[in-house]
Design a protein around this ligand. Structure first.
Ligand code: PLP
Length: 389
């Protein structure tokens, strides 16, 4: 294991090695990290559902009704009624024909992309797509092409040049790009897909529960229902639990249940998680108080940072980066912020390009204005200490 020890040493001497902080509390606006209270500005728990009493209650009831595990993969005996109920619920909420749930969003991309493409197809992928898409594409036998981030001229150039050489062409994009918070140019992607007879695949992990009417996602935000072939979402971010799903046609679901490997070779979602998720969607259906609070907090935090003079990139969503650049400085800034009582994630290569280091602030519906004010003060003070501002 010397070779790995050496690699760890390299990380340490590069100043980018980190010890994972340990959290002793449920995910809230303030958490206890390494036995110290800190303001939490880095979870994906957008709506505050991860520790919501209604989800906990639903989950407890399902523990009594179904036990802790599903017992097998979906295609053997791991297909419980609660999984079927969950999928009906998601399909209805997303206004799509059918939904199929996976054990995580990551697995969903791995399982779907591979299953729906063959060696006669081409995948065209945005260069900033999430790692799980990149890995999913790697598992596919299809040819691959990458277009410059949200560059519709580049996308059309590829489609024009290559469309005729393949049976199917699948255009894949994040709905919301998780490191910058910008939206895919979905109306234009859908238009190009129609023009060149291509399929569309949108991973809306950061859009679901955040954008669109009552959090229905990026497709809803752009009024594109029925025009995107594969809509991926996660149940671990705004929904607050765990899992992922794909929405689309009934035929898509039927086929994936036969050929998507996470359904054939990995045990299905625990029933108590499914129950909590159903409750989360019920809450979104009946009220937009959570999404409104999230957006209100996001605007408040962003305007505070802008007034202080930070470069917060070009986010169109609650995701709020503070651009730093240098990797070592980025990690030092996030570490100092944690020492001073604010936990944010420092994001560096390989998650983003070299030289594009940033800290990323994730606000939620749980934060109060007082907590945000305190966080803003600490961020400003720390940045001045470190000559970032
Ligand atoms: C977080 C994320 C995933 C992974 O979702 P999990 O449910 O956490 O596995 C997939 N795609 C995108 C775009 C994401 O941001």
């Amino acid at each position: 294991m010397d070779f790995l020890e050496k690699k760890v040493e390299e990380l340490k001497s590069a100043g980018i090695y980190r010890e994972l902080p340990i959290n002793d509390t449920p995910i809230d606006a303030i958490i206890e990290l390494n036995h110290k209270k800190v303001i939490n500005l880095c979870s994906n728990n957008y709506l505050g559902f991860a520790n919501h009493p209604r989800l906990i209650e639903a989950s407890k009831k399902a523990l009594d009704d179904y036990g802790v595990g599903s017992g097998a993969v979906r295609t053997i005996v791991g297909n419980m009624r609660i999984h079927e109920e969950l999928e009906d619920k998601i399909a209805k909420f997303k206004k799509e024909e059918a939904a199929l749930v996976y054990q995580s969003g990551f697995l969903c991309n791995l399982g779907v992309i591979q299953a729906v493409t063959t060696d006669k197809d081409l995948i065209v992928s945005d260069e900033l797509n999430h790692a799980s898409i990149i890995d999913g594409v790697k598992l596919s036998k299809a040819d691959k092409a990458v277009f410059k981030h949200s560059d519709m001229f580049d996308l059309e150039r590829i489609l024009k040049e290559k469309r005729d050489q393949y049976e199917q062409v699948l255009i894949i994009t994040d709905g919301v790009f998780s490191m910058d918070g910008d939206l895919a140019k979905l109306p234009e992607i859908v238009r190009l897909a129609k023009k060149y007879n291509a399929l569309t695949y949108v991973d809306d992990a950061h859009g679901s529960g955040v954008l669109g009417e009552q959090g229905r996602g990026t497709v809803d935000h752009f009024h594109l229902h029925g025009q995107v072939d594969f809509i991926i979402g996660t149940l671990s971010k705004a929904i607050g639990v765990v899992g992922g799903y794909v929405c689309g046609s009934k035929a898509m679901k039927a086929y994936l249940l036969h050929r998507s490997r996470p359904h054939l070779f990995s045990t299905s979602m625990q029933p108590s998680a499914a129950a909590a998720i159903i409750e989360a969607f019920t809450m979104l259906e009946s009220s937009n108080e959570y999404t409104l609070k999230l957006w209100d907090n996001a605007r408040y935090l962003k305007s505070g940072l802008q007034k202080m003079g930070f470069d917060i990139g070009h986010s169109e969503t609650p995701i709020t980066p503070i651009m730093i650049g240098d990797e070592v400085k980025t990690m030092a800034f996030s570490k100092r912020l944690l020492d001073n009582g604010v936990y944010v994630s420092g994001i560096i290569f390989p998650t983003v390009q070299k030289g594009k280091g940033r800290i990323r602030l994730m606000v939620s519906a749980l934060h109060t204005k007082a907590i945000l004010d305190e966080a803003l003060n600490i961020i400003e003070k720390t940045a001045k200490e470190m000559q970032i501002l």
